[in-house]
Design a protein. Sequence first.
Length: 546
Amino acid sequence: MIQNEAALINAGLQIGLYDRETVNRLRGLARVSRQPLIDTLSRELGLPRTAFYLALAEAHVLPYARLDRWSVDTALAGRLPPSLLKRHLMAPVRDEARTLHLAVNDPSDQAGIETARRIVGAGTPLAIAEPDALAPLIAQYVAAEARDASAEDAVALFDRLVREALLRRASDLHFESVKDGVRVRLRVDGRLQPCGGLLPKALGDGLISRVKVLSGMDIAESRAPQDGGLNYSFGEGIDPVEMRVASIPAKFGERLTLRVMKSDPGRQTLDSLGMPPRMVERLREALAHPHGIVLVTGPTGSGKSTTLYSALRELDAGSLNILTAEDPIEQIVPGVTQVQVGGKIGFAGALRSFLRHDPDVILVGEIRDLDTADVALKAATTGHMVLSTLHTNNSPSAITRLADIGCERFMIGATLHGVIAQRLVRMLCTHCREARPPTPAERTLLGLEDERDGDAGEARVHEPRGCARCLGTGYRGRIGLFGALWVDPGLTERIAAGANEHELAQAARDYWRLAEDARAKVLAGQTSVDEARPYLRLMARGAAQA
């Protein structure tokens, strides 16, 4: 039980993180499950513990201590009694401007605060910090026997970290051995963020060993990279979490990276991706064809697989024979035969085998070489719908990329329905985003100075502020930026004639630039100028060339 649970819950109520009706409803559920109310709120509402402490800071009008950026004042910390540090969990810290604060997890703990202030200085301003972040920082000032008695063991620690990762919607967990311990970071919305403070070396090494055991790795081998996987179960009727695990030796010990393999078919539909409605309609038209090929292009981590999985879920798996070749299989799609390539079978080999299994739709995880591309194009000409990905910067360059690796241009033009280009950007938190007029430079970037419809001067852009709901980042979730090129008979002739990227873009009657979607999402307040800036520059450059 958290000592200041009531204060944390009330702080969430005070800032509107949830309402009293929700708390009362979940209080009964907490009693039935015999869980603390704050844990039930956290699980049912998807709120990490950090959100409650940010709410506490906001309710008390105190700064939130970012202990990954702030530093402990070692001289003052060494003067505080170890019993005080252990019982009240506080530490003297300095922020990025070197201003002294007393970081506490409970601002109502007046006895402990006044005792500490008599040593660090009367009137020292308070800052709110999470216990999980404070504990590792002050461990070096507590006697060894006290640390051992209160230290979280590796089993409980891993359980807590996985729960935290899921609540934060993390895609990866990073356990990194550094000089003084083990650092834990989570990748959320494409950005790494710290998770708690630096773990003591012994506890961090125990955590790494625990994960290696669970993932089937050799714990005696620490000088060579290893790969493994695990299904982690929390019990309580919750589905196990599947994770891919990779280890590599580094200077100060091993580093582990855990990829969370999440599947959420209910949300992953074409309509939920953020694709413009006209583009969704055009993609559905392409998927309705009995044969041909549709490509999704973009760099690693741009959401290509999610788009393809969403497209598969648009199809009727009950009346179609759908086969996929993937490396790795990231999501399970009901009714679809999914094949893991690698080792004895590659993409091209899997494709050739598929053609003997009477397929209607074939998904190829990635076209990497001429062999795979050739089989895919031939399959598209013999009565099969083929979906795949390609690594290129935009839609027209996918066509020239296929030609560069050796595909016949007449085959590309005859089989290709269209190419979707995409990127991922962070979405602004809708609860704390702030609207403002764009600066002159931003107006130029967004092309607003060319507007003649009379409302260009009323345009607004939004920027992140940070609140408890978004854990102070100003962003929550990601959305796709999309461009597309659809092939018509006229473009088919240009492709066969050897037109370059610029000529194809000029000749296409159905071509949406990714930069146009970026502009629309900035002006709609879905993302910020800073997030979309790299793609808006492409639009400005294209306008200058025109």
